[in-house]
Design a protein around this ligand. Structure first.
Ligand code: ATP
Ligand code: MG
Length: 439
C-alpha cells in the first residue's frame, strides 16, 4: 500500500461527527451552526459580506501590523513566489487585507461601510489546544465611523452572537475593555514606560529587552509569567489619556451601561497589533486555560491612511472560531437538530425510477431525505438498511416494499416515536403528505 500523507502540523481537518478522530475537535455540524448564527446576527445589524484573498503582499502586514509585533516578527508564513520573485504571506489576520481592498476600490467614497468575513488565518505558533497554525476567524469591520456608538455596536454584536449560540455573557464569556488613547498620549506613556523598564532592566526577559526601545508597549503584551509582576507595576496608559480620549471611552461605557452589559476596565489590555487606538476590547473565558481570549478588537483610526487610503476612522474585531467552538463543546451547549427527517429504505429488486421521483418531490417540498443508495449491487439487505436508517437520526423510515410499491404506496414508519403508527402514503402525490415529515 502507498504511504499515507498527513496534514501539516497545527492545521486541522474539520470533519463530520460520523468520522472518528484522535483529538476531540469541534465537528462540522457545530461549524455550520456557528456560521448560520453569524449570518443571522450580521443581517440583523446590517453588515455586508466580503471575501479577500488568503495570500497578500508581505509588505501589507509589515506596514499594517507593525514591524515589532509577535505576528510580524515570528509568526508569518512568508515565501517568495517562485514564478516572479514576489514576497508573499499567508494572511495572519483579516483587517489589513480588508483595508487594502477597500482602499484599492475606493470603497469609502460613497460613505462608511459595515463589513464581515470568515476564513482561515495562518500563524506559525506552537500548536496546542485553542492555538493552531491554520485557524479561522470571523472578522467584523466598520470603516468610516468615528463615533463611540459604533464601538459599542461592535461589542453588542458579539453579545448578540453569544446569545444566539446559547452562551451567557458574564458567566461563559466576560468582556474586558480599555482605551489606548491617541498616538501623542501613547508617546508620553511610552516615555514613562521606557524609564520604568530601564529602572528594572535586570528583570526583563530577552524579548522585552529587545523591545524596550523599539516598542515598549508590546512588553505589556508579554506572555512570560516571570514578567507579570513587573508589568503589573508599570505606568498605566489610562492615566495619560487626554480629554477627547477620555470622553470617547466614557461614551462607550455609557452605551454598554445603558443596555445592561457588564464589563471590566482592564488597563493592561493592549492587544497584539500596533494599529489600535482608543477603544480596545476582548471577550474572554475561563474554560479554555491560557487560550482564553475568544474575541478581540478595537478602533484603528490610523490604519486606512497608513495603508495609502484617504484618512478615515475604523473599528473592528476578530473572533477565533476554533476557540469559540471548543467553548461550546466544553459547556455542552446543545446544537440544533442536524439529522435528516426521513431515510428511504429500498428493498433489492424494487424499481428505482418511481422511488427517486418521490424522494425528489419530497426534497423539493423541503423535507431532508437520505436514500440508502450507492452500493454496486444495490442498496443492500433490509437489515443493513434499517441499521443505517437508525444511525442517520431520521424520525421516519420511508419503506418502498415491493407490495406497497405495486399498489402505488410507500410505508412511512416513525423511528423515534414508539407510540407512532406506520401509515401508507401515495407514491405519486408526495406533496400531499410531505408536511407530515417535517419537524
Ligand atoms: P493570543 O493572545 O491568544 O495569541 P491574539 O491577540 O494573537 O491572541 P488576535 O490577533 O487578536 O489574537 O486574533 C483574534 C482572535 O483569534 C483571538 O482572540 C483568538 O480567539 C484567535 N486566535 C489568534 N491566534 C490563534 C491561533 N493561533 N489559533 C487559534 N485561534 C487564534
Ligand atoms: Mg497571538
Amino acid at each position: 500500500m502507498a504511504e499515507k500523507l498527513s496534514a501539516v502540523k497545527g492545521m486541522n481537518d474539520i470533519l463530520p461527527a460520523s468520522v472518528p478522530r484522535k483529538e476531540k475537535l469541534p465537528d462540522s455540524a457545530l461549524w455550520q451552526w456557528f456560521e448560520t448564527s453569524v449570518r443571522t446576527v450580521m443581517r440583523r445589524y446590517g453588515y455586508q459580506y466580503l471575501l479577500t484573498p488568503i495570500v497578500e503582499p508581505t509588505a501589507l502586514f509589515v506596514r499594517g501590523l507593525g514591524e515589532v509585533t509577535d505576528i510580524v516578527e515570528k509568526e508569518m508564513y512568508s515565501f517568495t513566489d517562485s514564478m516572479n520573485g514576489d514576497k508573499l504571506t499567508l494572511r495572519p489576520e483579516a483587517t489589513a487585507g480588508i483595508v487594502r481592498a477597500m482602499n484599492e476600490h475606493n470603497a469609502l467614497y460613497n460613505g462608511p461601510l459595515r463589513l464581515w468575513t470568515i476564513g482561515p488565518m495562518f500563524r506559525h505558533e506552537r500548536p496546542q489546544k485553542g492555538r493552531y497554525r491554520q485557524f479561522h476567524q470571523l472578522d467584523v469591520e466598520a470603516l468610516g465611523f468615528a463615533g463611540p456608538d459604533v464601538d459599542a455596536e461592535m461589542i453588542l454584536m458579539a453579545r448578540a452572537l453569544w446569545r444566539e449560540l446559547g452562551l451567557v455573557e458574564g458567566r461563559d464569556v466576560r468582556l474586558e475593555i480599555n482605551s489606548l488613547g491617541q498616538p501623542a498620549e501613547r508617546h508620553q506613556h511610552r516615555d514613562a514606560l521606557v524609564r520604568y523598564f530601564e529602572q528594572h532592566a535586570d528583570v526583563l526577559d530577552e524579548d522585552a529587552r529587545r523591545r524596550l526601545h523599539s516598542n515598549p508597549l508590546r512588553i505589556l503584551d508579554s506572555k512570560n509569567p516571570a514578567m507579570h509582576a513587573l508589568i503589573e507595576g508599570a505606568p498605566r496608559l489610562i492615566d495619560f489619556l487626554g480629554e477627547g480620549s477620555r470622553a470617547h471611552f466614557q461614551a462607550v461605557q455609557g452605551a454598554l451601561d445603558a443596555v445592561g452589559l457588564a464589563y471590566r476596565v482592564n488597563p493592561r489590555l493592549v492587544r497584539g497589533m500596533d494599529y489600535y487606538n482608543l477603544t480596545v476590547f476582548e471577550w474572554v473565558t475561563d474554560q479554555l486555560g491560557s487560550q482564553g481570549t475568544v474575541c478581540g478588537g478595537g478602533r484603528y483610526d490610523g490604519l486606512i491612511e497608513q495603508l495609502g487610503g484617504k484618512p478615515a476612522p475604523a473599528v473592528g474585531f476578530g473572533l477565533g472560531i476554533e476557540r469559540l467552538l471548543l467553548l461550546l463543546q466544553e459547556l455542552a451547549v446543545p446544537v440544533p437538530d442536524t439529522a435528516c427527517d426521513a431515510f428511504a429504505v429500498v428493498p433489492p429488486g424494487v424499481p428505482l425510477a418511481p422511488v427517486m421521483a418521490t424522494l425528489e418531490a419530497l426534497r423539493a417540498a423541503g423535507v431532508r431525505v437520505v436514500q440508502a443508495a450507492g452500493g454496486a449491487d444495490g442498496p443492500g439487505s433490509m437489515k443493513s438498511q434499517f441499521k443505517r436508517a437508525d444511525a442517520s437520526g431520521a424520525r421516519f423510515a420511508l419503506i418502498f416494499g415491493p407490495d406497497e410499491v405495486a399498489q402505488g404506496k410507500v410505508a412511512v414508519k416513525p423511528l423515534r416515536d414508539p407510540a407512532g403508527a406506520q401509515v401508507a402514503q401515495a407514491i405519486d402525490n408526495p406533496a400531499s403528505w410531505a408536511a407530515s415529515l417535517l419537524a
